[in-house]
Design a binder for this molecule. Structure first.
Ligand code: NDP
Ligand code: MG
Length: 407
């Protein structure tokens, strides 16, 4: 997230001692990836970096791999392999490229894999990482949304440990530690409301990508920033929470909290409500996922309640932000509906960022794609990852047809 100090030193990390925790970062050049490496760089004795991956930025990947003394750097897009090799030449960092190499390094033995690739593209590498049966620090929410039960079953089968990185889910994870499932009444996820919280329908129809990319509180990758503006991000998080915690869909509420200080509340059956608070900086939930159940230092701004003064909460408006309703419906429908919702949303967000459709066409595309997939009988329960990927591919095909219609 905010990366004060990240650019500080370009010096290489010192060699680690034998007790250092081995970590790989999938999506190392992204917002979550660089925040993770910022924390690791501040505790260089405590971590040993095994693998770093990226997709389209070989020079940046090489810079990070050299700085953090990674053993191997992998670029997903093979077209960038020569550039990566050249940038790593003589450094001792191994270079690899391609989709298979991403999965191969994800499988390498570590203590923790930070899964921070954006979108359904993270599915295969994250599934590969589960195979080592260690900790998955999960930022890639699209994995859990699309693959749901298939993903959690694979975690259980391989004896791996899933620790959420998404701030609301990290908060719930902390608030629920040691809770009896039957004692939980509700989980309340907060949403900032995004940059268009107070915009009327006409203004939303005309909203430009550069306006949608200006999130009031968080600095994040482009895709999740657009999802925050449509509130699809909260819809995805609702599905994510359903798979992470022992509650029904009806026990998960969404409340808009524009200050983004309270990230989640858990209401217990005795009337007690626990809330987790922190300034909006992803380095806090990342630190939780890396160190849990211990705590590690994170150089984030400290919460000053007196300076903040007021925290406010309001109901989300599902008429202006239909993505929330669509996510709830997809969760209720089950089967591959969440995978279709996610695939269609990814296609629509890319089209919006490419200025091929309007802001409100994102949710329209998702809704029509879900209807189309339903008519084709394609929302059956997925048995394996391949079924999820097939639903994702179908959703993208159907969505593209709707996107063409808006142009
Ligand atoms: P970014 O867009 O900033 O970074 C994405 C990373 O994934 C980059 O390293 C990118 O490589 C890599 N990548 C992109 N496409 C592919 C692909 N097809 N195959 C393999 N790697 C790819 O995303 P964020 O860091 O913002 O988000 C990462 C995940 O974390 C998302 O799922 C998001 O929803 C989730 N998340 C993010 C939060 C945040 O604060 N940013 C908060 C909560 C959750 P390259 O740079 O080379 O293109
Ligand atoms: Mg979140």
């Amino acid at each position: 997230m905010t990366l004060q100090g990240l650019q500080g030193s370009e010096a290489q990390a010192p060699r680690r001692s034998g007790s250092a925790r081995r970590i790989s970062v999938l999506g190392a050049t992204g917002s979550i990836g660089t925040s993770t490496l910022d924390l690791i760089g501040r505790d260089a004795e405590g971590f040993e970096v095994v693998a770093l991956t990226a997709q389209s930025r070989p020079e940046e990947l090489a810079r990070l791999a050299i700085k953090h003394r990674a053993r191997v750097a992998v670029i997903g897009d093979e077209a960038h392999f020569e550039a990566l090799k050249a940038a790593l030449s003589g450094t001792g960092v191994e270079a690899a490229a391609g989709a298979q190499a991403l999965c191969d390094v994800a499988r390498e033995d570590t203590d923790c894999v930070m899964a921070a690739i954006v979108g359904a593209a993270g599915l295969r590498p994250t599934f590969a990482a589960i195979a080592q049966g260690r900790r998955i620090a999960l930022a890639n929410k699209e994995c859990l949304v699309s693959a749901g039960d298939v993903f959690t079953a694979e975690i259980a089968r391989q004896g791996a440990e899933l620790v959420p990185v998404d701030s609301e889910h990290s908060a719930a994870f902390q608030l629920l530690a040691g809770a009896e499932p039957g004692s939980i009444e509700k989980i309340v996820l907060t949403a900032s409301g995004g940059p268009f919280r107070l915009w009327d329908q006409a203004a939303l129809e005309a909203a430009k990508p550069e306006q949608a990319l200006k999130h009031p509180n968080w600095s994040m990758g482009d895709k999740i920033t657009i999802d925050s503006a449509t509130l699809m991000n909260k819809g995805l998080e609702l599905i994510e929470a359903f798979h992470l915690f022992p509650v029904s869909a009806e026990q998960i509420d969404i409340v808009v909290h524009p200050q983004s200080i309270v990230h989640c509340l858990v209401m217990y059956k005795d009337g007690s409500v626990l809330a987790q608070m922190a300034p909006p900086d992803m380095r806090t939930p990342i630190a939780v996922a890396l160190a849990w159940p211990a705590r590690m230092a994170a150089p984030t701004e400290r919460l000053d309640l007196v300076r903040l003064g007021t925290l406010t909460f309001e109901a989300p408006d599902e008429a202006r932000f239909p993505a929330l309703r669509l996510a709830r419906e997809a969760l209720r429908c089950g089967g591959t509906a969440p995978a279709v919702l996610n695939g269609a949303n990814e296609a629509a967000v890319a089209a919006y960022l490419g200025r091929r459709i309007g802001f409100c066409d994102i949710a329209r595309t998702v809704e029509r794609t879900l209807e189309g997939a339903g008519k084709e009988g394609a929302l059956r329960t997925p048995a394996c990852l391949e079924d999820v990927l097939a639903a994702d591919a179908l959703a993208r095909r159907l969505a593209q047809a709707h996107i063409k219609g808006y142009q």
